[in-house]
Design a protein around this ligand. Structure first.
Ligand code: VG1
Ligand code: CO
Length: 543
């Protein structure tokens, strides 16, 4: 076997975003795009010689080719072991679980997550550290620097490794272990949740519909929900991972999971509905006749987690990304635990989880997780919900309504404007920034601005500071408007506007969120000048 050193030159734009480097499949397909980025990851790391690397992806188009290339490069760069999921597959939370359990040096996850797949879709590469979580900014910055000065990459030229069969092979002194992608993850879930109780729930006729959206969670959901917990066959729909996700958008939200929503609205619909995204780290929860917003879900899980064995001792603290609604803050206050506010992106939760300061964390973008791994975890959230439903013996809708009655309801919505002209989007953000100091004290109808800033995060664990993380307009009484530019898209710019208002009165808990938020939506338009600047009058997606 020969290790080849191949001369190369830096490629523009290899800068990791909110969650890894995401580009069109065609960009990644063209050598040496992938090779450059992977070598830059290795160049940015120290001390991995002889250590283990975990590798796998969500099965999207190009996953199979990219996995082979990365195996050859990891071997050539001196890793001692490569743990790769069978067929090159690993969900994002399972990869995090495997890294931690096998004490790997780190892992590479191939996914563009909730972005569409297929030959014309998106591809992505993300590096996770030994703690199991996404590389923190200090490392992603280093990787970006390496991409700008790369001169060569190393690769072991060999035939493709057989990834269909579980077992061990060797490549130039590097041991390659093809592992069952589900086994370690299932074992972890079994330790956290009361599987006997869940079996009873399904034996009693509880009906769950889980939409895997033709993405990676299918095999995990079937193995755990159907094969282990006895949910009837057909509980998991769209359960076969496909390279193009069946042509669908693997993003579990009301806009892209219409069929599931329709089923749950029906009077004779299932008791609970759920969906997850391309790489299995997101979740959407539905009850019969009710959609649970991710922010409410986080708050509810925090209030009820003690009902599951893995969290019976209570929570050390909770954390949410800044734009996520403040519903969980109210739960934390009542529990007497800390609530941390971090920038968008799971990498910011890692330190809090490692330090034992937070047990649960979540984002408004359908992400919830805990200290069991260092990624958000879609199926985990579904199992925790099931455990809570089983322990309380109540319907999802009743649990949600009781929660609102106790804590008040945080009406919440996110408006996304996608595919905008980059310069126009940047100018809009700057226009908002320019108004920040003048905003304080201004009155808009009944609402008074209590403060406005561009969110800056001071990590309480390592002292690092991350600035420009989103513009916040905070009104007295808890209402907010937040503006951010997306860091995961691959076409033009996406502006996300997050709207939130608080309603303590239970007699007003049945409004349509868009109506409850209409005043804020108007103010938001006025402050940003969005219509004039972008020519758009309606959001691309409302969640
Ligand atoms: C989006 C979400 C963010 C999430 C990220 C990765 O980022 O808003 O909350 O962490 O996607 O999720 P952005 O920068 O586009 O707003 V996943 O499931 O795509 O890895
Ligand atoms: Co994802």
């Amino acid at each position: 076997m020969t290790v080849r050193t191949v001369a190369t030159r830096p490629i523009e734009g290899q800068k990791p975003g909110t969650s890894g480097l995401r580009k069109k499949v065609q960009v990644f397909q063209k050598p040496p795009y992938l090779e450059n980025f992977v070598q830059s990851i290795f160049n940015a790391l120290e001390g991995f010689r002889g250590q283990a690397l975990v590798l796998g992806g969500d099965g999207r188009f190009h996953n199979d080719r990219a996995v082979q290339t990365i195996i050859q490069m990891a071997a050539a760069n001196g890793f001692g072991r490569i743990l790769v999921g069978q067929k090159g597959l690993l969900s994002t939370p399972a990869a995090s679980c495997v890294i931690r359990k096998h004490r790997a040096f780190g892992g590479i996850i191939l996914s563009a997550s909730h972005n569409p797949g297929g030959p014309d879709g998106d591809f992505g590469v993300k590096y996770n550290i030994g703690a199991g979580g996404p590389a923190p900014e200090a490392i992603t910055d280093r990787i970006h620097k390496e991409t700008q000065r790369i001169g060569e990459y190393r690769i072991c030229e060999s035939a493709d490794i057989d990834l269909d069969r579980i077992g061990t092979t060797e490549l130039d002194g590097t041991v390659i272990e093809v592992i069952d992608p589900v086994a370690d993850y299932r074992e972890l879930m079994e330790r956290l949740f009361d599987f006997d109780r869940l079996r009873e729930l399904f034996r009693g006729g509880f009906r769950l519909r889980f939409d895997a959206m033709s993405a990676i969670t299918g095999p995990y959901a079937k193995a755990i929900l159907e094969d282990t917990l006895g949910a009837p066959a057909g509980t998991v729909i769209n359960g076969e991972p496909k390279p193009d996700f069946g042509g669908h958008h693997p993003d579990p939200n009301p806009a892209y999971a219409e069929a599931l929503i329709a089923e749950l609205v029906a009077a004779d619909g299932p008791d609970m509905g759920a969906a997850s995204d391309g790489d299995g780290d997101r979740n959407m929860i539905l009850g019969r006749g009710i959609y649970v917003t991710p922010s409410d879900s986080l708050a509810l899980l925090a209030a009820n987690a003690h009902l599951a064995p893995g969290y019976a001792k209570g929570l050390a603290g909770v954390a949410r990304s800044m734009p996520t609604s403040q519903a969980v803050d109210r739960v934390a206050e009542r529990l007497g635990i800390d609530c941390y506010e971090t920038p968008t992106g799971w990498k910011f939760f890692g330190n809090l989880l490692d330090a034992g300061m937070a047990t649960l964390c979540g984002e408004e973008s359908f992400g919830t997780g805990s200290d069991h791994v260092r990624e958000k975890d879609g199926l985990w959230a579904v199992l925790l919900w099931l455990n809570i439903v089983a322990a309380r013996g109540e319907a999802v809708a009743d649990i949600v309504r009781q929660h609102w009655a106790t804590y008040g309801r945080n009406y919440y919505s996110r408006h996304d404007y996608e595919g905008l002209d980059v310069a126009a989007a940047e100018a809009l953000m700057q226009h908002l920034r320019d108004q920040l100091t003048a905003l304080e004290g201004q009155r808009f109808g009944d609402l008074v601005v209590g403060g406005a800033d561009d969110f800056s995060y001071h990590d309480p664990v390592d002292g690092s500071v991350s600035g420009r993380q989103g513009i916040r307009v905070l009104f007295e009484g808890g209402a907010r408007i937040v503006y951010r530019m997306s860091g995961t898209g691959t076409e033009g710019a996406t502006i996300r506007i997050y709207l939130e208002t608080y309603e303590p009165d239970p007699s007003r808990h049945d409004q349509n969120p868009q109506v409850a938020l209409s005043e804020l939506i108007e103010i938001s338009d006025r402050l940003s000048g969005l219509r004039e600047r972008t020519g758009r009058s309606v959001p691309s997606v409302i969640t």
